[in-house]
Ligand binder design. Structure first.
Ligand code: FE2
Ligand code: FE2
Length: 138
């Protein structure tokens, strides 16, 4: 079974702490993809979606702090994208715990599109600042 999202160089911001966090998030998407395609996992789905909330929120907090430190001019807008994603991710988890059911396909496509778009279109915008501050290495 192929993975939904395979990490590739085009996603890299050339700063390993950020790349590692993005990889963790994409790994979770692949776990959900695998479940959606009949795969089984040892742990309860509730743990996986909880991990999704933790990874999402800690990554955003880390990234926003970093963007503040490097003086990213569009931080407000970037934070607003993150805030809407935080709300949506929490809603997913809430509906799961309430209804004991998760529309995995819907969640999966939403998450995939959001993360891929966000990394490629929005996160990429701060990459030049990582290079100019000597953080990113090509
Ligand atoms: Fe971001
Ligand atoms: Fe990010």
């Amino acid at each position: 079974m192929s993975s939904l999202v395979t990490w590739s160089e085009e996603y890299s911001l050339h700063y390993s702490p950020i790349d590692e966090q993005h990889k963790q998030l994409l790994d979770l998407l692949n776990i959900l993809y695998s479940i959606d395609n009949g795969g089984t996992v040892e742990e309860p789905l509730s743990n996986i979606v909880f991990r999704l909330v933790v990874f999402t929120e800690t990554h955003f907090a880390y990234e926003e702090r970093l963007l503040d430190l490097v003086g990213f001019p569009n931080l407000r807008k970037h934070r607003a994208y993150h805030d809407s994603m935080k709300l949506k991710t929490r809603k997913v988890v809430k509906s799961y715990t309430k209804e004991h059911a998760l529309n995995k396909k819907e969640v999966l496509f939403f998450l995939r599109d959001w993360w891929i778009n966000h990394i490629l279109k929005e996160d990429k915008k701060y990459e030049p600042l990582l290079f100019s501050h000597g953080l990113a290495i090509s």
